[in-house]
Design a protein around this ligand. Structure first.
Ligand code: NAP
Length: 290
């Protein structure tokens, strides 16, 4: 069994993926803008991820922009049959890297075509409609217009499956009334479980909850409890944080990001790490003490 397969599988639409995925955002240059300092290293990380059973890669054409998708294409095209590439639309980059909402009809159509071209495919496996965040998380508001555009693009055969990102429970409910939603990608980790009820609700309907920032993202996880549990199990804190997510709910698909081959291997090892009940109990209260 490959490393990532040890985490078990979950359905993304009509495709089964290994639950431990990979987020490609870190492969672009600093600030997710421009090319990476070491292109060969970025390509090596992508190839190693797939070699070790990762078959769910998260990306976007606004990473770089365009660069991350072009790296994925150069490293992995023609793609293995079991690989599911999930991209996202809804934002554009300014000339110096700023991120702006881009949810208009023409902008979404353009973004889908940019993804198709840069990934080198005729149809995108999964496309998340990604809303902009406010400081305190996802912002309420109707997604009817942009999601209807996504549904049109799906009917045209350019998108196989539709997902949502940076959304509230109300937006998930609204979205599901417009088209089938196969995944919700929001921020979730040991320290931030604002979405706990959404995770459970989606689990009941067998919808994937894709956890971004599983390692804390721009605020790396830091906790004495996490360190203690890791030391006791002979694992690293990052492996424990990923294993906790995998055990937390069956529909959670973590997508840790890294530009480092050594970190990738460390993260993959979380797929085989089984946390005893006593460790889970300790970790379950971490968010209150951070
Ligand atoms: N939908 C959205 O709005 C949204 C927002 C943010 C991210 N995402 C997606 O979620 C994915 C994950 O988010 P993320 O990459 O920002 O955050 P993350 O996975 O929580 O953490 C990544 C950070 O941790 C470091 N790291 C990774 N493995 C490590 C290890 N074993 N030891 C030490 N450091 C390690 C990485 O640096 P190194 O490169 O040095 O390893 C990077 O700085 C992204 O790649 C992207 O695909 C989506």
């Amino acid at each position: 069994m490959s490393d990532a397969a040890a985490a078990g599988t979950f359905a993304l639409g009509d495709r089964l993926v290994n639950r431990l995925g990979y987020g490609a955002m870190q492969l672009a240059g600093p600030g997710v803008f421009g090319p990476p300092a070491d292109k060969d290293a970025a390509i090596a990380v992508l190839r190693d991820a797939v070699k070790h059973g990762i078959n769910h890669i998260d990306t976007s054409d606004f990473y770089g922009p365009h660069i991350t998708n072009q790296l994925i294409r150069e490293a992995l095209h023609p793609y293995p049959d079991d690989l599911v590439i999930v991209t996202k639309v809804g934002a554009l980059r300014g000339p110096s890297g700023s991120v702006h909402p881009a949810m208009g009809r023409e902008q979404l159509i353009q973004a889908v075509h940019d993804n198709l071209r840069n990934l080198g495919v005729e149809a995108l496996d999964v496309v998340n409609l990604r809303s902009m965040l406010r400081d305190d998380g996802p912002a309420e508001g109707s997604l009817e217009e942009p999601l209807s555009v996504m549904a049109d693009l799906q009917r045209q055969g350019l998108i196989r499956h539709v997902g949502l990102s940076n959304v509230t429970e109300a937006q998930v409910t609204q979205g599901r009334s417009i088209c089938e939603i196969v995944c919700v990608q929001n921020l979730y980790n040991l320290a931030d479980r604002s979405d706990a009820s959404l995770v459970q609700r989606l689990a009941l309907d067998n919808i994937a909850y894709v956890a971004y920032f599983p390692l804390g993202g721009i605020t790396p996880l830091q906790s004495a409890t996490l360190l203690g549990v890791a030391r006791h199990l002979g694992a690293t804190p990052i492996q424990v944080a990923l294993a906790w997510l995998l055990q937390h709910a069956p529909n959670i698909l973590p997508i840790p990001g890294t530009s480092s081959l050594a970190h990738l291997r460390e993260n993959l090892a979380a797929a085989v790490l089984s946390l005893p009940a006593s460790a889970v109990k300790e970790l379950d209260v971490v968010q209150h003490s951070l």
